[in-house]
Design a protein around this ligand. Structure first.
Ligand code: ASP
Length: 343
């Protein structure tokens, strides 16, 4: 029998552990014992499993940057004692947390797998059991003494996605997640199949965490009815440092002078960074395809290439907290740090 690996299960909340309130259909988070009681199979897994639970489990819609820091600190405190980590988390903000942790956990060389479910663990048709059991198996999968997935990933409904490439696409299907610009890292059927050529190499540096995330950021989705007053009001917000600009198609926006002037002034006078990503789920920003995209680049807007909104926002928050020079902030935003972009 293979030696057991040690896995730390971190329970933060989410539908997975929720129960209906008495005399109502409203779901609220419940304590970890609820999960343990409903998965007797946990005892049968050939891994040693310890658990840590948030004292107040959260619906993940209530997750804030301080909770990412809390998760990162739990992993830091326990890093040496465990071979892998599984974070049980609501699906609503799972892609934000996975993206944030992918940057905050520096020099990661162990698996950190986030999972959750669409139906609570106590529900007869729950998807929670398979998601938890396979996530634990993935977190404990080692080959020649090295973990197969030494990165932050999301496991949901038979697929493992890179955390900072994933996004929630469905409110009610069991396969709620996808990573449209990067193929899955593994799939689960009768056997677990790892696509090793897609998995990040293990880091050889010393593990540490970044426990600062700059929150002076904004996501701004361009739409045809956006006015100059609305745009200016948003950009006049005190202390604003970074904007994720969700543009159309391959990175296009209005070429009206009022729009370009407001962005130009925000960059030059207020020193705000803008990163251009697409409202489309799939594909990359091609800023020189149309004049409308090129004008943004000429103003100094950063090319976000094929970043998800979740990855663009959290990467910006992470890098803004590092006090980099403008030049290295822009350079680092435009190249892959943790496999979050292709180019
Ligand atoms: N609202 C829930 C949450 O994100 C949904 C889920 O867990 O899937 O916590």
């Amino acid at each position: 029998m293979k030696p057991k690996n040690k896995i730390l299960l971190i329970y933060t909340g989410g539908t997975i552990g929720m129960q209906k309130q008495p005399n109502s259909d409203i779901l609220t988070p419940f304590d970890f014992e609820n999960i343990r009681e409903n998965i007797p199979e946990l005892k049968l897994i050939n891994q040693e499993i310890d658990t840590i639970s948030f004292e107040h489990p959260l619906d993940s819609s209530n997750i804030r940057p301080e909770h990412w820091i809390k998760m990162a600190k739990i992993i830091e405190r326990n890093y040496e004692n465990y071979d892998g980590f599984v974070i049980l988390h609501g699906s609503d903000t799972m892609a934000y947390t996975a993206s944030a942790l992918s940057f905050m956990l520096e020099n990661l060389s162990k698996p950190v797998i986030l999972t959750g479910s669409q139906l609570p663990i106590g529900d007869l048709r729950t998807d929670a059991k398979e998601n938890i059991i396979t996530s634990i198996e993935i977190a404990g999968s080692y080959e020649n003494g090295s973990p197969i997935v030494p990165e932050v990933a999301i496991y949901f409904e038979f697929k493992l996605f890179r955390g900072n490439r994933a996004t929630k696409l469905s409110t009610d299907e069991f396969n709620a997640f996808d990573s449209p610009n990067y193929n899955p890292l593994a799939s689960s059927g009768v056997n677990l199949k790892f696509y090793k050529h897609r998995i990040l190499p293990s880091s050889s540096g010393i593990f540490s965490i970044s426990d600062q995330m700059n929150t002076n950021v904004l996501v701004l989705k361009i739409h045809p009815a956006l006015t100059d007053v609305q745009l200016q009001t948003l950009l006049d917000m005190p202390n604003l440092e970074g904007v994720v600009l969700e543009t159309y198609g391959a990175g296009n926006t209005f070429s009206y002078p009022w729009f370009l002037d407001i962005i130009h002034n925000a960059i030059q006078e207020k020193h705000i960074f803008f990163v251009n990503i697409s409202q489309c789920q799939k594909g990359v920003i091609s800023p020189y395809k149309y004049e409308t995209g090129k004008k943004l680049m000429d103003l100094g807007v950063i090319n976000g290439k094929d970043l998800t909104t979740e990855a663009a926002l959290t990467k910006m928050m992470y890098l803004l907290s590092k006090n980099l020079s403008d030049k290295s902030f822009i350079k680092t935003m435009e190249r892959p740090l943790k496999g979050e972009m292709n180019y």
